[in-house]
Every structure is written in C-alpha cells, then in structure tokens.
Design a protein around this ligand. Structure first.
Ligand code: ATP
Ligand code: MG
Length: 549
C-alpha cells in the first residue's frame, strides 16, 4: 500500500474549516491581464484548482483588471488559453471591472460611515505625511471633511470634474499604525483612461486593495490564496470586509515560486520582449507557460514539477534543473525516437555499392519493439562531427582511424582514413562496413563499445534546429547586483542546420521527439512546408552542472 501523503498547510486549514461546518470550498485564480502567465502562475493555478478539486469545490477565473493603463484583451486570451492547456476548467469567468458599480457603492458606504474621505493633497504631500515605519504619520488637513462634503466631492470625481491626481479617496483608518498600509490607504484614484472592457465609462478606478478582497467577497470565495508579499495587506483586506459587512472571505498566503536563471515578474518579462532580448512572450527561452509549451514541455511535466515543489510558507529558490528533470521523465514515455545529425560530417562506406540502398528498421519506442519506422541506409551517411577524432583520446569508443563503432539500427563500421580540404578542415571520413554485423541478425562476432546515430546522405532532409541555453548567466538574479539585463546569456540560442530522417517530414507542430543521444525536441510553429524547425526542449542529461564547473 502506498504511504498516505501528508497534508500541506492549506489542506490542513481547509480540513479544519470543514470540520467546523464549512459546506463548500470556493477558490479563485485572479491574474491581472497585464502580461502572459509564467511558471509561477502555474503554481498558483495548480494550488487553487487542485484544492477545490480535492474538496469538491469550485474555482473561478477572475481577471483583476482595475488598472486601465496596462491591461489588454490579448493578455486575457493568452491567460485563458494557458489555463486550459494546463488542463483546468474554471467554474465561472469574472472581471473585477464587472464590479465597478458595486465597488463604487461600497466606497459610498464607507463615506457614509465616516470611514473614508476625499483628499486634495498631492501624491508627494500624501507620501510626506505618511511617516516612516519608525515614525507615525500625520493627519491630512482634509481628513475631517464632513460626510456630505465627501459624498459631493466623490460623486464629482466620478463625473469627471477633476484631473488625474487632483483628488483621491482614502480610507480613514489609523495614521499611526505600525502597518504602513493601514495609514489611510488610497482606495480610489482619478485616471482618465480607456479601459479594455468598460471603455470610457469610468474616470476613477479602485486601487488593488479596495478591489481584490471585495471581489472575493462578491464571489463568496472561502479561501483567497495569494503569495507571501500580501501578508501585510491582510489586515486591510479584513478591515474592508468587516466595515462593509460583506461575505467574510479569508486570505491565506504561500511562498511564491522563484526559479534559478530567470526573472519572473510580468513587468520584467515585458521588458525582455520590448527591448528585443527575446522574440516575444512565447520565445522558448522565456519562463512563460506559452514559452514552455512552444519549447516542448507537456502539461504533465509542469504538474509533476508543481507536485514536487509543493506548497509552503518558506521562500526559496527552486533549481530549474528540477523542471527539466520533470520534462525528461514525461517525454521519455511520450517522444518517438529518431536520428538527427546536428553537426554533419560525411561518412563514405567504401565497400558498399554506391548505387544501392536498403531499408532498415528503426525503433520508435524502446518499450515497444514492434513500433518501428523505415530507416534508409546507403553508401554515404552523415554522422556528428564530434563522433570522430583524428587522434583519439584514451577510452575513446567512437570513430577514429582504425576504430570501430556500431551505426544504430545498422552495421558495424571501421574507419579507414579521413580527408581534409586545402584549409585543413575535415571534410569526410572513409569506412568499411561489416556486412555480417547487421542489427538484429549480427553474426560478425565483433563486440564494439560505441553506438552512434547517423542519417543516409541521399535521403536526409535539411531542418533548422534551435538549441537553447539559460537566458541568464546568473543563478539568483534577484540577489545579484545591477539590472537583470546585465546578466543576459549571449549564447542562449544557437541555430543549426541539421540533417533529419525523411520519416520526420510528416511531423506536426508541437509533436515531441527524442533525437537519439541529443535530447528531446519538438516541432516549432515557425516550420513551413519548405523547412521544419525544431526546438530542443531539454538535453538527455543535465549538461549544465558539468559546463559551469
Ligand atoms: P507579476 O509580478 O509576475 O505580475 P503578480 O503577482 O502581479 O505577478 P498577478 O497576475 O497579480 O501577478 O497574479 C495572479 C496570481 O498568481 C496571484 O494570486 C499571485 O499571488 C500568483 N503568483 C504570481 N507570481 C507567482 C509566483 N512566482 N509563484 C506563485 N504564485 C504567483
Ligand atoms: Mg500584480
């Protein structure tokens, strides 16, 4: 019997709530549509949807679209697409902007209770009077306006009588609170801007803290799960709900996902896109969900990763190698095997008839020997340049003058000599093959230690292969000095012209393959009927550790 997994801290909270009589669990995933989702969001999505699934509850998708300036419909579509790709179905789709009327009413209610006021101070004056974490703040000269005056001014703000920044609405809480967020936070600001959904209807918009908890409450969210940086916001979250006397949603925080060798805030990712460090949000070097998908990661590999990292309240930095491990684990089961030569060197078989060729069997799936494809063999092949050494080092089991290797799925060959051009570059190597050594019916009695992949030159097709490395050279960018763009890896993308088996010509965009000895690859959307383009998803083994030593 498998050992029962211990509960994570959120499951413990929910089980306690259920034992105290809570009937239904309602969670939500609340992205701001100001960029594409990244792998950190995948963690938040997994946490919210899997908790609801486990306890028979539901999860809403709510777009937190209270900032008209940064939000776009393109982002809304990409977010929905990514969540679906991860395999989750939200119960209802909401927009915080749908609640603008209700939120406005809530603000009026606070004013009526004497708990909010219109402040004419400039943002500099407000900051000045706010105090510091060690000194108390000072009341604004507008703090004691009458309810009537506040109501009048607030409705004039809505009607567009004032310019941006001329007035704000603030909650009246405590200018000496040790929690700076409780020192009369701004809850509405004037912004004459077009909103992606409400158009020009509004010229004042609620601040995050005045929209988020109230939206949770409107949707009867029982467990509002967010990341640790919101811990200081929780007292404010609770204050609004208590004073407004609305559904008591509760906020719970977990540690955000940080990953090595990358940045993970939409603002920084947008900068990478805008400044041309990458080709777009789905450039396969980006940590976005759409980039992982394009690169060849599967939803299952991302789920495995989220499962392994778990959910806790301690901040940490996760090794991107773990994500790569999960991709290998999953692709090993799914990707068909094929032979592709990334850096071709001609190999001529001197004792094989130039005008002849034969069809051999290549296995697509080592776990299923009956699943095979046709592999063409002829007198001229391509092999990897790195599989030949003119003067072999010790324990070299690949090709060198006088050395033998097995050509995968074919024959044993022995290298006789090699040819160089006038400039001294190796152009081809000559071998003889052992006809009795055919794979599957080898009666040669010869044992060789090395097996290499190859492609028949006359049957091979050209393809572009994109080899990726980390986008950044620094493991922990947040802790490094300077700007993140100082650490861009100049060789994070290498494009090579590879030789592929003709059997690959039917491959579809997104299809996964294991190129023998070279890694997992998938067909990129840039492929055309003239030329296939492949992305290397991940190498077969972790080569990074070796390289960085
Ligand atoms: P970013 O700084 O990348 O824009 P955000 O937190 O502002 O991140 P939102 O769209 O507001 O992005 O986030 C939606 C949800 O995803 C929030 O609940 C947030 O806490 C969660 N989230 C964002 N980044 C991470 C992360 N790195 N790890 C886990 N959850 C995250
Ligand atoms: Mg945000």
């Amino acid at each position: 019997m498998s050992e029962e997994k211990s509960l994570n801290f959120l499951e413990e909270i929910i089980e306690k709530d259920i034992s105290n009589g809570l009937k239904t669990i309602q969670t939500r995933f609340p992205p701001e549509p100001n960029g594409y989702l990244h792998i950190g969001h995948a963690k938040a999505i997994t946490v919210n949807f899997s908790l609801a699934d486990k306890y028979g509850g539901k999860t809403n998708l709510r777009f937190d679209d209270t900032n008209p300036v940064t939000e776009e419909t393109e982002y809304v579509e990409s977010i929905k697409n990514d969540i679906k790709w991860l395999g989750y179905n939200w119960d209802a789709e909401f927009y915080a902007s749908d609640y603008f009327d209700t939120l406005f009413e809530y603000a009026v209610k606070l004013i009526n209770k004497g708990l909010a006021y219109v402040d004419d101070s400039t943002s500099e004056e407000i900051a000045e009077l706010k105090g510091t974490p060690t000194t108390v703040g000072t009341d604004s000269p507008f703090r004691n306006r009458s309810v009537e005056e506040n109501l009048k001014l607030f409705s004039e703000m809505k009607e567009g009588k004032y310019k941006d920044g001329e007035k704000v609405l603030r909650a009246k809480i405590d200018m000496s609170s040790p929690n700076m967020l409780l020192r009369d936070p701004i809850i509405y600001r004037i912004k004459h801007a077009h909103h992606h959904r409400t158009g020009n209807k509004w010229c004042l918009y609620p601040m995050y803290d005045f929209a988020h908890g109230q939206s949770d409450s409107i949707e009867n969210i029982t467990h509002s799960i967010c990341t640790l940086e919101f811990v200081p916001h929780r007292p404010l979250y609770d204050w609004f709900i208590e004073k407004l006397e609305i559904f008591p949603s509760h906020q719970y925080e977990f540690a955000r996902l940080n990953l090595t060798y990358t940045v993970m805030s939409k603002r920084k990712l947008l900068q990478l896109v805008n400044e041309g460090f990458v080709s777009g949000w789905d450039d396969p070097r980006m940590p976005t969900i759409s980039a992982f998908r394009r690169r060849g990661y599967t939803p299952e590999s991302i789920h495995m990763f989220c499962e392994k990292i778990g959910v806790a309240r301690r901040e940490n930095l996760i090794d991107v190698g773990l994500l790569e491990f999960c991709a290998r684990e999953d692709l090993n089961k799914k990707a068909a095997r094929t032979m592709v030569v990334l850096d071709p060197l001609k190999l001529i078989i001197t004792n094989y008839d130039k005008n002849s060729s034969e069809i051999l069997k290549g296995e697509n799936d080592p776990a299923n020997p009956d699943d095979t494809r046709d592999v063409h063999f002829s007198s001229e092949l391509f092999i990897e340049r790195e599989d030949f050494m003119e003067i072999p080092e010790k324990k070299w089991f690949r090709l060198a003058p006088g050395k033998m290797v097995r050509l995968k799925n074919a024959y044993i060959v022995e290298c006789e000599n090699f040819i160089k051009d006038d400039a001294g570059n190796l152009t081809e190597i000559h071998c003889r093959y052992i006809p009795e050594s055919k794979s599957g019916s080898d009666v040669s009695g010869i044992n060789v230690k090395g097996t290499i992949h190859w492609v028949s030159a006359k049957h091979a097709v050209d393809a572009e292969v994109r080899l990726y490395d980390r986008l950044f050279t620094e493991e922990n960018i947040a802790a490094a000095e300077g700007h993140f763009s100082d650490y861009i890896n100049p060789s994070s993308l290498i494009e090579v012209n590879a030789k592929i088996e003709p059997a690959l010509l039917n491959a579809k965009v997104g299809e996964h393959f294991q190129f023998l000895r070279k890694g997992y690859f998938c067909v990129d959307k840039d492929s055309t009927s003239q030329k296939l383009v492949f992305n290397r998803t991940v190498t077969l083994k972790d080569t990074w550790v070796k390289k960085s030593k």
